[in-house]
Design a protein around this ligand. Sequence first.
Ligand code: DX5
Ligand code: ZN
Length: 219
Amino acid sequence: MLISPSILAADFANLARDSAFAAEGGADLLHVDVMDGHFVPNITVGIPVVKSLAGSVSLPLDVHLMIDDPARYAEEFCRAGASILTIHYESPSSSSPADTLRAIRALGVRAGLSIKPATPVEAVRELLPLCDLLLVMTVEPGFGGQKFLPGSLERIAEARRLIDGLNPACLLEIDGGVDETNVTACAEAGADVAVMGSAVFRGDPRERLARIRSALGAE
Ligand code: DX5
Ligand code: ZN
């Protein structure tokens, strides 16, 4: 299981320091939640912050766009230094998700597609061959610190089956309410990458990550 700590729960005045702690703790990626106040009722960070982080953090940036019209901004986020750029299936957009995923890949960035909890997993079937990552949200996007939604394990297992059948190279990522108590069940259901905000940053990320790794080690 790869771990992608979400800086949404970090200290925004000390992002480089907290990201370095996450790297020291053995994080695999760094998850950056971009929110525009339209697609979700919250506002976070944008292109300049991704650019600064890319220049000062050793971890690959796993950028999660929770915005309207991701097609309009995808190229700038890629050029800012995203390693993975994930758009939402549900976002209203000036280009189709398929074209946006293709455009992201054409810039040498891994293309991700995310679905909200109410979107059937089957909805992404046709798009899966264009994806390097499928992000199954395990809370309603918008805020950190929410509870892992019931029914998520079944959705993870369903996404696993779809990926195995159509594009086994695609990573399956989960995001929201994941911590050391449920991460093992998520791994068993087939998740490859766990995003964790509160579980990593509410405390010393190095200790938190060690605890999460030992929970996973007991798999
Ligand atoms: C929520 C974000 C998540 C958030 C997860 O919309 O996409 O990445 O940071 O936070 P936790 O792990 O605290 O639920
Ligand atoms: Zn996220």
